[in-house]
Unconditional design. Structure first.
Length: 380
């Protein structure tokens, strides 16, 4: 059994209403969907995450011009061999960033292919399914050009509460004063029985982050995500123990070596690697194992298409609680609610959400059906 070919589907769609986060405006949603086909005609799919302003051409070029030639002819069950070979090839010119981002989608596709060949869900291949449903928190709250804030955020939060979400993550990073007012307004509206998180997308200095965290202590934020730049490990160490809230980051931490350095420094409470960008299943399982050795929580980032959502579900399903206990703290799933034309349509809406929970697909591979008409419709 051999890998016969690798296809890279670059898809992108203009948003009807552009939105803003702390780093600028987003006017389209994009993704790179990787398809790996074996010599029996089986196909596996993966995704290279495209962040808000990331072009799909970047990861696609890396696969097409660096990785593809190394993969064709290989046995898909040599996934560990393939990962290490490709990482080693790109090491001199891409230990982080787009090199690992591209490798992630390819790795997920290979695992999906293996699951389909064996007739087993990926979570089983990763070691077993610790949970078959995940408590989801809603990510949204992006700014619109004609929006009125914090009023619009309060309305959005109440909508998510009505839909059954027990947690929600606010997008902030628009000056400390505005953020403090905004978060207080949403907390007052939804009450303290809802978990509130705040994602700054690396908007602030240590000083501004400290001001926000200390002033918002009464609001009991569950976690503060990326308040400062991902290069500032010392800054995270400085702000980590200012608050009873957790400090989280990690969508820009790539691979086992990077996370080992952060863990040994004691910089974060919660690590958020994205399986579609931080190394795929092969590497992210190692990242989780290292975090487990430090008795530290992995709570993955997830902001992609339906393919990326399915991958995150299988990855989290395979993670043990840290530590194991009779009534452990849950690992939550980030469930993006912003406008995304290929979250549901690309996978024929095959992932079930109900009363605050998302269910892990139990069919072979990622357990989803790919709608090729969507790949064609949104092809770049």
């Amino acid at each position: 059994m051999k890998i016969k070919d690798v296809y890279v589907h670059k898809i992108s769609a203009k948003l009807e209403v552009p939105f803003k986060f702390s780093q600028g405006w987003v006017d389209k949603r994009s993704s790179v969907i990787v398809e790996v086909v074996d010599d029996n005609g089986n196909a596996g799919f993966g995704e290279c995450l495209c962040h808000g302003q990331q072009s799909p051409h970047l990861a696609a070029a890396f696969i097409e011009h660096c990785y593809k030639e190394e993969v064709i002819g290989k046995d898909p069950f040599d996934s560990e061999v393939i990962w290490e070979t490709l990482y080693n090839k790109s090491r001199p010119f891409g230990q982080l960033g787009i090199a690992v981002n591209a490798l992630s989608g390819l790795d997920i596709a290979i695992w999906d292919l293996k699951g389909k060949i064996l007739g087993m869900p990926v979570s089983k291949l990763l070691g077993g399914t610790f949970r078959n449903k995940l408590l989801a928190y809603a990510t949204g709250f992006y700014r619109k050009a004609d929006g009125v804030y914090p009023q619009d955020a309060v309305e959005e939060a109440l909508k998510y509460k009505e839909l059954g979400f027990k947690g929600m993550k606010l997008k902030v990073g628009f000056t400390p004063e505005k953020d403090i007012e905004y978060i207080r307004a949403v907390r007052k509206a939804v009450g303290h029985d809802i978990m509130l998180m705040a994602d700054f997308n690396a908007a602030y200095s240590q000083a501004d982050a400290r001001k926000i965290i200390l002033e918002l202590e009464p609001e009991k934020i569950y976690f503060y995500e990326e308040p400062i730049s991902p290069e500032d490990m010392e800054g995270y160490k400085a702000i980590r123990n200012l608050t009873s809230s957790f400090i989280a980051a990690g969508e820009e931490i790539f691979g086992k070596i990077s996370i080992k350095n952060w863990l040994s420094a004691g910089a974060l409470d919660i690590y958020q690697p994205d399986v579609c960008s931080s190394g795929g299943f092969t590497e992210c399982k190692k990242m989780a194992a290292i975090a487990g050795a430090y008795n530290t929580t992995i709570m993955p980032h997830a902001w992609g298409s339906g393919v990326g959502l399915a991958a995150a579900l299988h990855f989290i399903a395979s993670l043990p609680n840290t530590p194991m206990s009779y009534e452990p703290s849950e690992i939550f799933l980030e469930f993006d609610q912003s406008d995304h034309p290929f979250r549901k349509e690309l996978i024929n809406d095959t992932i079930k959400y109900e009363d605050g929970y998302i269910y892990v697909p139990d069919k072979p591979g990622l357990g989803i059906e790919i709608n090729r008409e969507i790949l064609t419709k949104y092809q770049v």
